[in-house]
Design a protein around this ligand. Structure first.
Ligand code: 1CP
Length: 345
């Protein structure tokens, strides 16, 4: 640091309580913004945005220019890693991602190794590098990856599923083979995120969107253990690097993440009661969340009330204002402004 005060997001992740919490939104670069839709239409497909550093830098910057969020999150997707491991990936308009699935241990031999991913992912690192030069000096740059379990659910099913059944089935039928898949994703994710940090990412966030589907010992084995391994290894390589975990839907499993001692922040999903997060998590980690994204569609008095409620309950400790999940394409940009006025006064 050159004497300038440290960025708000970094201060909170280091344990400080700020009078006005830093704020950013999951999916803040996205279809609710007209400028995103316009660029997306010229770029072609979604993946053309992700792999073009000019486009990816521009869409990451859009919500920063419009709203002055305290953090920017790299524009990419958790499914770029499976593609870098050799899987075909495409997006069906209006439906979502598709991959040619890996469904058994023998399929793993078709995948590349953890050190062979960087040719495909090179443009992502270039985007991070450009962003770290272009962002306002007070804005924190967040790099990210999917957590191994969530990435595995897409690799095994070849698409998004309501209950992650294909991966859960393999996990119970063949724990050894499935463990090899989780290890490959874990080790590749470490290399992927290390390159993001080298390129300028200041914070890392791990998205485990489907950790809520893991019951019994499987939560510890496939959600907690790989996430802890990734955070531990990154902190060994980059001392002081803050890591945010997002074990979405984990309910009481959030306590295990807080107790692991390697997460500086935990993102709470919409189902987590804010007062519970304050009482149980916030003495151990910074808490990030968890406004219902629906409120950015409806706006009105409910938006104001729920925003104020979060500020009152979580604002007395290390707190990052965010949503409980990503803003949806129907979100109204004017409601985002309203939310920011309530937070910033
Ligand atoms: O049509 C479009 O423009 C594509 C929509 C879109 C966007 C904007 C997808 C497809 N991915 C993204 C970007 C993205 N994805 C970011 C960028 C940074 C940001 O602004 O937040 C991030 C962090 C993600 C992470 C991601 N991708 C997750 C984890 C978070 C979450 O939402 O739970 C998951 C599960 C994905 C997979 C994915 N990518 C896209 C879709 C529609 C999906 C979900 C598929 C499904 O399960 O149905």
């Amino acid at each position: 640091m050159t004497g300038s005060p440290k960025k708000t997001l970094l201060r909170v992740l280091a344990g400080e309580t700020l009078k006005t919490p830093p704020v950013w939104m999951m999916r803040q670069a996205g279809r609710y913004l007209p400028e995103y839709r316009e660029l997306r239409a010229t770029a072609g497909g979604f993946l053309d945005l992700c792999y073009n550093p000019d486009f990816a830098t521009e869409v990451t910057m859009q919500p920063i220019r419009r709203y002055g969020f305290d953090a920017a999150i790299l524009f990419a997707d958790i499914l770029l890693l499976p593609q870098a491991l050799g899987m075909d990936l495409w997006f069906v308009e209006g439906e979502g991602p598709r991959l040619n699935p890996v469904t058994c241990a023998a399929d793993l031999t078709k995948l590349k190794g953890k050190d062979d991913i960087h040719d495909v992912l090179g443009p992502v690192y270039e985007t991070v590098k450009r962003l770290s030069g272009e962002l306002p000096k007070e804005t924190t740059l967040i790099g990210f990856a999917g957590a191994p379990w969530t990435v595995a659910t897409y690799m095994v099913a070849g698409r998004g599923t309501p209950d992650q059944a294909p991966a859960r089935e393999w996990m119970y039928r063949d724990p050894i083979g499935f463990g090899q898949l989780i290890d490959l994703i874990t080790e590749s994710t470490i290399e992927y995120l290390a390159k993001q940090v080298e390129a300028g990412a200041e914070v890392i966030k791990l998205f485990d969107s489907w950790s809520g589907a893991l019951g019994g010992s499987c939560f510890e084995e496939y959600a907690l253990k790989p996430a802890v391994r990734i955070a531990t290894e990154l902190k060994a390589r980059f001392p002081g690097l803050p890591v945010i975990g997002f074990p979405r839907g984990a309910s009481g499993g959030y306590i295990k993440f807080a107790d692991a001692g390697v997460f500086d922040g935990l993102a709470i999903d919409t189902s987590v009661p804010a007062d519970w997060a304050r009482d149980v998590l916030q003495s151990k980690v910074a808490v990030q969340g968890n406004l219902d994204p629906m409120l950015l569609i409806t706006g009105g008095e409910s938006l104001e009330r729920e925003t104020n409620r979060l500020l009152e309950i979580l604002g007395q400790g290390p707190y990052i204002f965010n949503l409980g999940h990503g803003i949806t394409p129907q979100g109204d940009p004017a409601n985002v402004e309203k939310m920011l006025r309530v937070i910033r006064g």
